[in-house]
Write a protein that binds this ligand. Structure first.
Ligand SMILES: Cc1cc2nc3c(=O)[nH]c(=O)nc-3n(C[C@H](O)[C@H](O)[C@H](O)COP(=O)(O)O)c2cc1C
Length: 175
């Protein structure tokens, strides 16, 4: 079966909306349904042949990690695509690998196709604790993501999805 024909569900966790934005772009282009982990009855994963999981990253961790650990048994026999949305640029592979290993066990990481995407940070939109953290990290000049940019930035672009989109339509067996 061509990958493009697989019944696919998109599930995401997003604190400030950039991960949701990527999930919506993907959903609009493919017609795949989109669910926030806050609203989903995880059992519906059983009705799908493939799962795309998207997560924001905060303090060196994927925000979806506990949910994904808890529900992995519903996905483990299907192709799973994971995308993260982070301040760390995709070229910083070691840093991204640290985030993955801090978030998910080996048996999950070995069974997902992973795509890092760049996010955005708008200080004025952060909650009280995150504002405080960013302020503290700036002062200490020490934080979990080395080279993490703490000034406002917005790198959320539709084009960043190109590799992921190529993967989801490519013939099965290819990576
Ligand atoms: C308090 C805080 C901590 C963050 N920690 C990290 C981090 O450890 N690594 C990283 O790459 N990005 C980090 N980021 C950047 C976020 O991943 C980025 O803003 C992302 O777009 C958030 O996704 P969301 O809009 O879906 O919540 C952090 C942002 C904030 C506000």
């Amino acid at each position: 079966m061509n990958r493009a024909e697989m019944r696919t569900i998109i599930i995401y966790a997003s604190k400030y909306g950039s991960t949701r934005q990527y999930a919506e772009w993907l959903g609009n282009e493919t017609g795949y349904p989109i669910f926030n982990i806050k609203d989903i009855q995880a059992d519906i994963i059983k009705d799908y042949q493939r799962v795309i999981v998207g997560s924001s990253v905060h303090m060196g961790r994927l925000d979806i990690s506990s949910w994904m650990n808890k529900h992995w048994h519903l996905m483990e026999d299907k192709p799973v695509i994971l995308f993260s949305v982070n301040g760390t640029p995709p070229e910083q592979k070691e840093e991204l690998q640290k985030i993955l290993e801090f978030s998910l066990p080996k048996h999950i990481l070995e069974n997902v196709n992973y795509f890092p995407l760049q996010g955005r940070l708008i200080y004025a939109e952060l909650n009280f604790w995150h504002k405080l953290l960013v302020k503290m990290m700036k002062k200490m000049d020490k934080h979990p993501g080395s080279n993490l940019v703490l000034e406002d930035y917005d790198n959320v672009r539709k084009e960043n999805l190109v590799n992921l989109k190529n993967h989801i339509v490519s013939p099965a067996g290819m990576n």
